[in-house]
Design a protein around this ligand. Structure first.
Ligand SMILES: Cc1cc2nc3c(=O)[nH]c(=O)nc-3n(C[C@H](O)[C@H](O)[C@H](O)COP(=O)(O)O)c2cc1C
Length: 152
């Protein structure tokens, strides 16, 4: 899942999808289009939730979506086994550590999620509209491989 304004979050989500495909069935969607209830009913094994920092606020929409998903999962009695997050941003990486931590905490707080990967992925964009920096795409590629190994 992702929250995107200019498509960078979608690009990252599709990168995850490409790397996971073959071994896993992967669905992607924007948090504004996909009702958490639908995902709770679908009962996936893995959740990868993307967000963006905008106006010095970290992944607001994605955090709200996660809260609703957790409620819907609890109601259904379903759990998600593995989850992680990614965060796109314009500021230098060392300036977004607080946003990263707070976003990560929301995932840890979600009681219907069993295992949270200890590190979330951050991806810096060159301009507000993108693109994601090449070095950040390389970092993402390694991160995705680590996640795949983690859930195996
Ligand atoms: C109105 C606006 C405010 C933004 N504020 C921040 C900010 O406070 N900190 C930051 O790191 N990036 C900021 N950005 C950059 C966004 O993080 C970037 O546009 C976004 O991650 C790109 O991903 P997307 O195409 O998926 O939306 C801002 C972008 C916009 C459009």
């Amino acid at each position: 899942m992702y929250d995107t304004q200019f498509g960078n979050g979608k690009i990252l989500a599709e990168k995850f999808q490409k790397e996971f495909s073959g071994e896993y069935e992967v669905k992607t969607g924007d948090v504004k289009d996909i009702d958490p209830q639908t995902v709770a009913n679908d009962n996936p094994d893995v959740l990868i939730l993307g967000g963006a920092i905008r106006m010095f606020r970290g992944a607001t929409k994605s955090k709200k979506w996660l809260k609703r998903l957790d409620k819907a999962l609890k109601y259904k009695g379903n759990n998600i086994k593995y989850a992680t997050e990614f965060l796109t941003h314009g500021l230098p990486t060392d300036k977004v550590q607080g946003f990263k931590k707070r976003y990560h905490k929301k995932l840890e707080k979600a009681s219907s999620i069993e295992n949270v990967y200890p590190e979330i992925l951050t991806a810096r964009v060159k301009e507000q509209e993108g693109p994601i920096l090449d070095s950040e795409m390389e970092k993402a590629q390694n991160y995705i491989h680590d996640i795949i190994n983690w859930i195996k």
